[in-house]
Design a protein around this ligand. Structure first.
Ligand SMILES: Nc1ncnc2c1ncn2[C@@H]1O[C@H](COP(=O)(O)OP(=O)(O)OP(=O)(O)O)[C@@H](O)[C@H]1O
Ligand SMILES: [Mg+2]
Length: 280
């Protein structure tokens, strides 16, 4: 995957035996997501080393760092997508609202409805626009009937900023939309099951600047309701959309903090080098 230049414009609660490490970057209030000593191995190869981070609710956190540093790997820990990779093994703890996502009592399917995911390449189902959005609420029994289901579809498409463009063609295939529209359809699909967290892995990297701007506007609107984590290779995008930024390098979380501080006064020289384009 291409790394854009830094100046581009385009269950069961876990009993914690140790006091979580105090961090100057720790957000005020209880974090929505709390990761402690997260390690991920693919077979014998360790991809993540002791990641500790607090991620606040109702705000956007950007993950940045060079290709292969473990951003997607860490994102996948949050909704247990790594479960689907046979060689992957996760250690440490990740809590959402104080509950361990890896607890045996947690059904990963239910977890993934609470923690939605949007990928780099828009991936609508080969179904109509309506069915793409109605699918989740239907399988999770969120609507009592047709009228309620239609209301969920409409409000999700409105929240995703797509309603005006598709209201008259709800029963046409989702795959017939433009790339940017498809990405907003996928976001509407994620929103339709009322998630708490939305994970976005380079959601704009396949989009043109206009579609990118629309998604960024949408992310900014959604943050009043959701905890959003976005992986991006664009420093400009991280600066535009996020309130907090975390910099990963070679499988380690080097530092995290308020976005403005990270970009103007990073504590670590590796962060400085990355954001100024010296490597990556
Ligand atoms: N399914 C997998 N099997 C084996 N190794 C993997 C797998 N997925 C990722 N890795 C390895 O784990 C490391 C971290 O990869 P990851 O995809 O998380 O990086 P990334 O920061 O998201 O990179 P990019 O910016 O290119 O998307 C890399 O060394 C990668 O080769
Ligand atoms: Mg990645």
């Amino acid at each position: 995957m291409t790394v854009q230049s830094p100046d581009d414009t385009a269950g069961t609660p876990v009993i914690q035996t140790a006091v979580p490490p105090a961090s100057a970057a720790a957000p005020v209030g209880e974090p929505k997501i709390k990761a402690r000593d997260v390690k991920v191995f693919y077979g014998d190869k360790q991809a993540l080393f002791d990641v500790n981070i607090d991620i606040p609710a109702k705000s956007v956190t950007a993950f940045i760092g060079p290709s292969g540093c473990g951003k997607s790997t860490f994102l996948r820990c949050i909704n247990r997508m790594n479960d689907t990779i046979p060689s992957a093994r996760v250690e440490g703890s990740i809590e959402i609202d104080g509950a361990d996502v890896n607890a045996r009592s947690v059904d990963p399917v239910v977890l993934r409805s609470r923690v939605g995911m949007v990928f780099q390449k828009p991936n609508p189902f080969p179904k109509t626009i309506f069915e793409n959005v109605a699918y989740g609420p239907r399988i999770h029994g969120l609507a009592t009937g047709k009228v309620e289901l239609e209301a969920i579809v409409e409000s999700s498409l409105k929240k995703a900023g797509l309603w005006n463009e598709v209201a008259d063609r709800l029963h046409q295939p989702g795959t017939g939309l433009s790339g940017g529209q498809q990405q907003r359809l996928v976001i509407a699909r994620a929103i339709a099951v009322s998630p708490e967290v939305i994970l976005m892995d380079e959601p704009c990297s396949a989009l043109d600047p206009i579609a990118t701007a629309k998604i960024e506007e949408l992310i900014d609107e959604l943050r009043s309701q959701f905890c959003i984590v976005i992986v991006t290779h664009s420093m400009a995008q991280a600066a535009r959309v996020s309130q907090r930024t975390a910099f990963f390098h070679l499988g380690k979380l080097v530092e995290s903090g308020p976005t403005e501080e990270m970009f103007t006064n990073p504590r670590d020289s590796r962060t400085q080098d990355y954001i100024t384009g010296r490597f990556g």
